[in-house]
Write a protein that binds this ligand. Structure first.
Ligand SMILES: *Cc1c(COP(=O)(O)O)cnc(C)c1O
Length: 418
């Protein structure tokens, strides 16, 4: 369920017409619905109510501190993958004991930062990282709580760029050697082994890869418990998909039911790291049509948002619905929706059958809440878009549009060039 609906022929975010936001904030602009965000978090987290669990929102999906704060206020933790995300999480008020830290390339500086504030758990992704973490913890006279992120070698059947749980992927520790490394970790002076972690990919639309992974992880869990390890947490990562177009992913309650059934013989707290399923359909990218253009082969709708604002179509060939903000009966045509960037890969939609739009009108690029703003860049020296959070009939600018001054703020001309 989402709260982007037409009211009197105008697309609204909850009760705020998108036309009003475009007029007052400008375009391109990300617009999020507070009701949708909180509903999605509540549905996901609530689905696991009957078992001990912690929902750690994956910050990289949408990293604005106002959005992190919203989930923290609902009792959520976070999954982070960098020192920058740790900084954001703390700034947003997430209790450090609800933070898990994933990622294949944590630096010693990032480890120090996380040890200092006392996070719940490091999800360690290699033997070398394990030894580095033990060393850093020793220097600080601290004990690092860890899980090993195991790579269960199951095919999530998603886009190759967002698949992470196959042997050929860089993520995690091969499950066949994980047991050995666990026993090694258990001997290290400044490491406390407290869990097992896996995350097999993103935008999964069937349950079976999750359940296959869980079966393999469970086998390892039982072997380790038999060896005397005290595993308190089983972190099953994120990855549940959303409908962008014609996908029919399982509902979070279905996912929860299947996981709880499969994990019922384990005595531990379950951790989840959902990103996309919480924020994906809670945000849109609002953009304005600049020009229409036609060549012998194609129609082009040139808009003021581009691949620097929303990279998913260029990067993953991802499909996003595009709706005119003004709903009226009109002819359709087939067009490419493209941005102003000097790259042929700069498109938001290809060969899309859509209403014949006009220059000057507003379009909503749907399902843009996850991996939208957080993946945006300044390519072509385009200031990044504003972010707006709507609640009922009010809206708040949760990130100002960048200025030209912001673009060059950190740059310097050497004195010898003067
Ligand atoms: C990206 C990521 C997630 C979130 O994935 P979604 O598909 O957005 O749910 C969770 N855990 C880890 C380790 C990740 O890298």
């Amino acid at each position: 369920m989402h709260h982007f609906q037409y009211q009197d022929g105008r697309l609204c975010a909850e009760d705020v017409p998108l036309e009003k936001i475009a007029k007052e904030v400008g375009t391109p602009c990300y617009v999020y619905s507070h009701a949708t965000l909180s509903h999605h978090f509540k549905v996901f987290d609530g689905a696991f109510d009957e078992v001990p669990h912690l929902t750690c929102y994956s910050v990289k999906a949408c990293s604005n501190i106002a959005i992190i704060r919203l989930f923290a206020k609902m009792g959520g933790g976070v999954d982070i993958v960098s020192g920058g995300e740790l900084f954001r999480a703390l700034k947003a008020g997430v209790p450090s004991q609800k933070i898990v830290f994933s990622g294949v390339g944590k630096t010693k500086e990032e480890m120090r930062m996380a040890l200092k504030v006392g996070i719940l758990m490091f999800n360690v992704e290699s033997e070398a990282e394990l030894f580095a973490l033990n060393q850093v913890a020793k220097e600080m006279n601290k004990i690092a709580p860890i899980a090993l992120r195991v790579n269960p070698d199951v095919d999530p059947k998603t886009h190759p760029y967002i698949s992470t749980g196959l042997k050929k992927n860089k993520f995690g520790i091969d499950i066949s050697i994980a047991k050995q490394l666990y026993l090694k970790a258990n001997e290290l002076s400044n490491i406390n082994v407290i869990g097992i972690d896996c995350h097999i990919g993103s935008q999964l639309t069937t349950l079976s890869p999750f359940l296959d992974a869980l079966e393999r992880v469970k086998r390892l869990y039982k072997e380790l418990v038999a060896k005397g390890l005290d595993l308190k947490y089983l972190d099953l990562g994120g990855g549940l998909g959303i409908p962008y177009h014609e996908e029919e992913p399982p509902h979070p309650t279905e996912y929860a039911k299947a996981i709880m059934e499969a994990a019922k013989d384990l005595h531990c707290t379950l951790i989840f790291e959902p990103g996309r399923v919480i924020v994906g359909n809670a945000g849109i990218l609002l953009t304005k049509v600049l020009y229409l253009k036609q060549n012998q082969e194609k129609n082009f709708v040139i808009v003021d948002a581009a691949m620097n604002d929303l990279a998913r179509p260029s990067l993953y060939d991802a499909y996003h619905e595009i709706f005119p903000v003004k709903k009226e009966a009109r002819d359709t045509f087939v067009a490419d929706v493209v941005g102003p960037i000097c790259e042929s890969g700069d498109f938001l939609a290809k060969d899309r059958k859509m209403p014949k739009v006009e220059a000057g009108e507003l379009l909503a690029v749907m399902s843009a809440g996850a991996y939208g703003f957080s993946m945006s860049s300044n390519y072509n020296s385009r200031p990044r878009a504003a972010e707006v959070l709507v609640k009922g009939d009010e809206y708040f600018i949760i990130r100002e549009r960048e200025s030209y001054e912001d673009l060059v703020k950190l740059e310097k001309i050497p004195a010898w060039m003067e």
